[in-house]
Design a protein around this ligand. Structure first.
Ligand code: F6P
Length: 489
């Protein structure tokens, strides 16, 4: 199939991109680290930072983010500015310095122990939520001050994510900039959101944006419910607009995509060499089937539920013993938060227990990879996996599902996907759908995926690849900027 069918239209699409752009996010696109006697630069890791970086290069704008690299200060000027990328400086990264207390309360506290669980419908009973919120407000103000110092009237300011809900209002008080924000995680129901004592202030901050984007229409609709429930607003549900304090905020649904071409290329170029050595290193036999799971170690990703389904699979379908290896690549995340540390221990213990229960001299059912794999190695792992198990309990989108599809460059595998992931709205029809809480059915689904005939696999993967390539990161960016141009008029 051709993956470049949309490229020509896209040149025209780029005309919507703003001349003057300020991006604001918690994570930075480059971090400087001390390495031996010198310095090293960590490249953009996440899909979004990697995707926005080329846009920034063409606009020569400013990206404002938390400078968390241990050598960041030594290469930045008195305002925290450094030109990046290091090998071809073309835009400004302006770093904000956070104290340990800021990180504890703004990042680990309010962002990740209050907003994150509330938006993902998880339990949250956090002590100190009010103190966390005070610091969250302070840090948002500092981000806003940096924006004001960097922008002119009419600059497009693009906030990313839930760390920065209050900053747009502060910016608007000082500057007539065009503000937009993309919320990368789910937006909760009014019943969930109303539990937050700070709900009014959060909505007041977000409604300072001219354009507010979510992955799915349902998240935007829930936002409308919350705005109508908490504030004195006029809501136009058809147009997805909110009028508040005499200003209008337009909501939009823009499902985030990946740089599919890049993943495809990586899967092609990593070659057999990687797989042969990976397989040998982890004792995976050449004839074995492989299932893969790749996640940040986060309680929303449904990793224990997936391990329970695998255990059930080996109990109920003993023919998979000795034949299937599940490779779990889990990256540590937010380890200052007890719930994340507990999850890490639980996953390790469960893997050990299941391995102990079923392993034989020649076969280990679960390979738990805790070391670093670069983008090419990950693509190689996806490429050679007969199925991917993507089982979040709640997820804004889930880019791993998309990456797996983009990496299927030869014999196609099968995507087993939770119906609770945002990506399911896009891909669900062509996947084996599961509910991660339904262990028995999940086990059946893995069995079904592993036994699926070649024709059916090909048909489904072709359909999935069309969707993933047609809705890629470039397309997402075009959609967002086109909507911004329309709202601007
Ligand atoms: O999914 C939301 C998100 O903030 C992503 O943008 C990011 O890649 C991920 O969570 C990682 O979180 P953190 O920045 O806390 O490590």
């Amino acid at each position: 199939m051709s993956h470049s069918c949309h490229r020509t239209d896209r040149v025209e699409e780029r005309s919507h991109r703003p001349d003057s752009l300020v991006v604001v996010s918690n994570r930075q696109p480059y971090s400087h680290e001390i390495e031996g006697d010198g310095l090293s630069v960590d490249e953009p890791a996440g899909g979004l930072t990697a995707g926005l970086d080329p846009v920034m290069r063409t606009t020569d704008g400013t990206w404002i983010a938390w400078g968390d690299g241990d050598a960041d200060r030594s290469v930045s000027d008195e305002k925290g500015r450094v030109r990046v990328p290091p090998d071809d400086p073309s835009y400004t990264l302006r770093r904000l310095w956070l104290t340990e207390r800021d990180v504890e309360r703004y990042y680990a506290g309010y962002s990740n122990q209050v907003l994150w669980p509330v938006c993902h419908g998880a339990n949250w009973t956090v002590e100190h939520a009010e103190a966390y919120f005070d610091r969250y407000r302070d840090v948002n103000e500092r981000f806003a001050e940096a924006v004001v110092d960097t922008s002119d009237e009419g600059t497009t300011v693009w906030f990313q994510d839930y760390h920065l809900a209050l900053a747009p209002r502060r910016v608007k008080e000082e500057r007539d900039a065009f503000c937009m924000q993309f919320w990368h995680i789910p937006w909760p129901s009014w019943d969930g959101f109303r539990r937050l004592p700070q709900r009014t202030e959060l909505l007041d901050g977000l409604l300072a944006n001219d354009l507010l984007g979510f992955h799915l229409p349902s998240y935007a609709d829930r936002f409308l419910d919350c705005a109508a429930g908490a504030l004195d607003v006029t809501v136009d549900r058809d147009a997805r607009e909110v009028e508040y304090r005499g200003e209008t905020t337009t909501l939009g649904a823009f499902p985030l995509g990946i740089d599919a071409e890049r993943h495809h290329e990586r899967a092609l170029t990593v070659g057999e060499g990687f797989w042969e050595s990976f397989r040998t290193e982890h004792g995976i036999g050449p004839d074995q089937q492989v299932a893969v799971g790749v996640d940040r170690l986060d309680y929303t990703k449904g990793i224990p539920e997936r391990l329970a389904a695998l255990e059930r699979l080996f109990e109920r379908y003993p023919e998979h013993r000795g034949r299937l290896t599940y490779v779990q690549k889990a990256a540590e995340s937010r380890t200052s938060i007890p719930a994340y540390r507990r999850l890490g221990r639980r996953v390790r213990d469960e893997v050990d227990r299941i391995n102990h229960r079923f392993a034989t001299e020649r076969w280990r059912p679960i390979v738990h990879v805790e070391g670093y794999l670069d983008g090419c190695e990950l693509a190689g792992l996806y490429r050679h996996a007969d199925c991917a198990l993507v089982s979040p309990l709640c997820d804004g989108m889930n880019l791993v599902a998309l990456e797996y599809v983009a990496s299927q460059v030869d014999t196609p595998g099968v995507l087993v996907l939770s119906e609770l992931a945002g990506a399911h709205e896009l891909l669900g029809e062509w996947t084996v759908s599961i509910n991660p809480h339904a262990t028995e059915r999940f086990a059946e689904a893995i069995d079904e995926a592993l036994g699926m005939g070649a024709g059916k696999r090909r048909e489904r993967m072709d359909a999935l690849r069309r969707i993933v390539f047609e809705n890629d990161l470039e397309g997402w960016m075009d959609d967002v900027f086109r909507a911004a141009a329309t709202v601007r008029g």
